[in-house]
Design a binder for this molecule. Sequence first.
Ligand code: IFM
Length: 449
Amino acid sequence: MIEREFPEGFVWGAATSAYQIEGAWEEDDKGESIWDRFTHTPYHVDGGDTGDVACDHYHRMQEDVALIASLGLKTYRFSISWPRVVPQGRGAVNEEGLDFYDRLVDELLAADVVPTVNLFHWELPQALQDVGGWPNRECADWFAEYARVVFDRLGDRVRRWITGNEARVAAFLGYGSGLHAPGICDYTQAYQALHHLLLAHGRAVQVFREGAYPGEIGAVHDLAHFVPASDRAEDVAACHRAYEQDVAQLLGPIFKKCYPEGLHAWIGPMKPQIREGDFDIIGQAIDFLGVNYYKTHKVSFDIGQAPLKARSEPVSAPGWGRTEMGWGVNPAGLKAVLLDVKETYGNPPVYVTENGCAFPDKPDERGFVEDWARINYLRGHLRAVHDAIQAGADVRGYLVWSLMDNFEWAMGYGPRFGIVRVDYETLVRIPKQSALWYREVIANNGITV
Ligand code: IFM
């Protein structure tokens, strides 16, 4: 019996990213990325793990597409590695790198799976970091040139494009806390990097429109839900700052052509340099917003938490503990985020482009994982999406993070987010119980009781 049915044509899918699954880090003339450099430097990643081999998707692409088709996914979201296509970030194009994505797109289409193609999932070419990285404004133009190369090659078949994933993470973990590549700890650079990432998004949209490529284009941002820890004025204000930092700072420029004034007053000298006309580039119409949702935060004022002086604690709905990442589980937060997008940012078409969890999986002797906790997690979040649609949010699809276990950045291969298990010794893929459950959801276009 179907408990909740989704609108006709609702897009069901799963997502991955290039560095997290491809491997082949220096094959076929691929250039070095900041993640190659970062993971090859000691003490950056748990256990010294790297993406050198990852899930070896570069060599197992056909097998992976067959797996995707067997799960009934309507769309598969993957990213393109910029340095695989343009090894130095600008200039010469590597045809062999482009060929790989060309074959992947053809393979997906032949299997009746719609490709959702993301142009940037954090792999800045190292050669561009060597000239300053994202804090260097020219990166936005180099990105636009790279986007044009990809549109020219794949634009005749791809109909859904993402300019980039989670600019906030790329900027603030890459250049602020230094937890991610390139490992820089400087918030002034981080705010400037974010501005240029947003500019790069806008420049890519410009190129897409000028080239009249068919299909839709949008950006993906990770949006959390924030609640104040108490009704004390300092907690409420800290919560508002956290919201402005993690939500309004990303969606404001795109949908309202401005940054949140309160946040910029707060960060003062760390404010980015913005040129006249930048917001017209960043704020061009997009066809959809991709929302990645994982967390709800309870926020309190904390003098020791620079730069926002806001402390965030994970919130879990009753009955839920934390995931292996230490994150809370709060499906209601996803509904709240989707309704905020509807009410504050003009109700754009939305795809939930990532949602998922890492729990300690226990494979049986055949490698099969009965991951009921993941199924409950996904079911709870799908209910929240359904509730948001009922309340008027224009949500058009939902993509699980992730298709398969993969390299979880600074945490290495420890946390497993996949609905398909990857045995990292043999690289064999085994669908988990959640993959079989998700296949049913897709077939029914709804959650069953
Ligand atoms: O693995 C990441 C992904 O690359 C971006 N969004 C969050 C996921 C889980 O941390």
